[in-house]
Design a binder for this molecule. Structure first.
Ligand SMILES: [Mn+2]
Length: 378
C-alpha cells in the first residue's frame, strides 16, 4: 500500500494582525505547523511515501529568508529520509514574479518543484512496486491560459496510478489567479486521484473514475477561514483509492471559532458568563457575537474580564438589541396603540411582585416592541 500526505494552503508566514499583541507569538506558532506535519510524515507508523503540497505553502510569493530556510530544511528532512516531496506553487506564493521564492530557490528546492505553466506530465515516481504518474502545473501570469477554463489534461496511458495536482477552482471562474478548471474535462482525463488546493474548506468529489479532494487549510486565517485541523492521507492499494482524515491537536492548528450566542436565553450577566464559559476551549481563538434581546444591560468589559484565561484569544461583540428608558418614556406618551402598550407594560413592571416577574415582563416588552416594528435605535 502506498500512502500520500496531501497538503495545500498552509499559508506559512501569514500575519494574524487582528490578534494585536498576541500576533507575533501566534504567527511563529502557526508557522511551526509544517514541522508538526513533517513529524507526522516521518513517523514510521503513518507509512507516508509522498508528501504532495498543492499550492499556497507560503502566504506570499517572497516570504522572509528565515521562514524560507526553515521550510526548506523541514522538506529536506522528508527527502533525506526517503519520502518524496512535490511542491506546486499556488496563487499566494505565485511563481510568476522574478523574486518569487520558487524562482530564487528552484535549484535548491527539496524534491520536485513544479514549474511548467501548462498542465503536463511532471514526473513518474516509483513508490514500492507501483508507478505514480504525476500531472500538474504552476500557474504563471501571462503564460497560463485560463480562458476558457483549463480543459486540456494529459494522461500518458501507462500502467500505474495517475495523480493530478492543481491549485485552482472547479467550474468557478473567479479570475485568473483562481485558476478556473473545467470539471467535466478533468473527469474525462481519467486520473485516479486529483489533489486540489485553493479552497480552504475541505471537500471531495467523485470525478470520473477517480476522486478529487480539497484537503482544506490546516490552520486558521481569521474568523471566516477557521482552519480544518485535519490532515488528508490517501492510500493506494489493490482495493483502490481511500481518503482518510487525521486530526491534529488544537494546540498546533489553533482553530478560529465564531460563536454566535443569543443573549436573550440568559436572565442575568452571571448566567451569560457561565453559559459562555461552558462553550470555550483554552486552545482556541474565539470571537463571540452576542445577539438577540438581552434581559439586562450587556457590559462588554465585565464579560471579557470574567472570561479571561478561558481561551487563547477572545473578542466579544455586542449585537444585542435593547430599548433605552428615554425611548420607552417617549413611546409611552404617544397616543397610539404602541404608546398604550408601553404605558400598560410600564405599569405592570412597576407593580411586579418579584425579580422573576420583572424579568418576564421586561422580556415580553422587548418582544412586543419588536413585533410592533419599533427598532431599538428609533
Ligand atoms: Mn490558499
Amino acid at each position: 500500500m502506498i500512502r500520500i500526505l496531501h497538503l495545500a494552503d498552509l499559508h506559512l508566514g501569514w500575519e494574524p494582525r487582528f490578534l494585536g499583541p498576541q500576533a507575533v507569538a501566534w504567527q511563529q506558532e502557526r508557522d511551526n505547523i509544517l514541522a508538526a506535519v513533517v513529524e507526522f510524515a516521518l513517523e514510521p507508523g503513518n507509512g507516508i511515501d509522498l508528501v504532495l503540497i498543492v499550492g499556497d505553502l507560503f502566504d506570499c510569493h517572497n516570504p522572509g529568508q528565515a521562514l524560507v530556510k526553515e521550510t526548506m530544511r523541514q522538506l529536506r528532512r522528508l527527502s533525506d529520509s526517503g519520502i518524496k516531496v512535490v511542491t506546486v506553487p499556488g496563487n499566494h506564493d505565485e511563481i510568476t514574479y522574478p523574486d518569487s521564492v520558487y524562482r530564487l530557490q528552484a535549484g535548491a528546492w527539496p524534491g520536485i518543484l513544479v514549474q511548467n505553466p501548462y498542465p503536463a506530465h511532471v514526473a513518474t515516481l516509483e513508490l514500492g512496486r507501483d508507478k505514480f504518474h504525476l500531472y500538474s502545473l504552476a500557474y504563471t501570469g501571462g503564460l497560463t491560459k485560463t480562458s476558457p477554463p483549463l480543459n486540456d489534461f494529459p494522461h500518458n496511458g501507462e500502467a500505474g496510478w495517475h495523480v493530478a495536482a492543481f491549485h485552482g477552482s472547479l467550474d468557478w471562474d473567479a479570475g485568473d489567479r483562481s485558476l478556473p478548471i473545467s470539471r467535466s474535462a478533468l473527469a474525462e482525463a481519467g486520473y485516479d486521484y486529483v489533489a486540489l488546493g485553493h479552497l480552504h474548506k475541505p471537500s471531495s468529489y467523485q470525478l470520473g473514475k477517480g476522486v478529487a479532494v480539497y484537503p482544506g487549510s490546516l490552520a486558521a486565517k481569521g474568523w471566516n477561514d477557521p482552519g480544518c485541523g485535519q490532515l488528508t492521507v490517501v492510500s493506494f492499494s489493490s482495493q483502490g483509492v481511500r481518503v482518510e482524515k487525521q486530526e491534529l491537536p488544537y494546540s498546533i492548528c489553533r482553530p478560529c471559532r465564531l460563536l454566535e450566542v443569543d443573549a436573550g436565553q440568559y436572565q442575568t450577566p452571571a448566567e451569560l458568563v457561565a453559559g459562555l464559559k461552558a462553550r470555550l476551549n483554552k486552545e482556541e481563538i474565539v470571537s463571540i457575537r452576542l445577539y438577540g434581546l438581552a434581559n439586562f444591560a450587556v457590559e462588554l468589559e465585565e464579560i471579557c474580564t470574567s472570561l479571561e484565561g478561558e481561551c487563547y484569544y477572545l473578542e466579544v461583540t455586542d449585537m444585542t438589541e435593547s430599548y433605552s428608558p428615554a425611548l420607552l418614556d417617549a413611546l409611552a406618551r404617544e397616543n397610539t396603540l404602541r404608546g398604550y402598550y408601553v404605558k400598560r407594560m410600564q405599569e405592570l413592571l412597576a407593580g411586579a411582585s418579584d425579580e422573576q416577574e420583572r424579568r418576564l415582563l421586561t422580556r415580553s416588552l422587548l418582544y412586543g416592541l419588536k413585533a410592533l416594528g419599533v427598532s431599538s435605535g428609533e
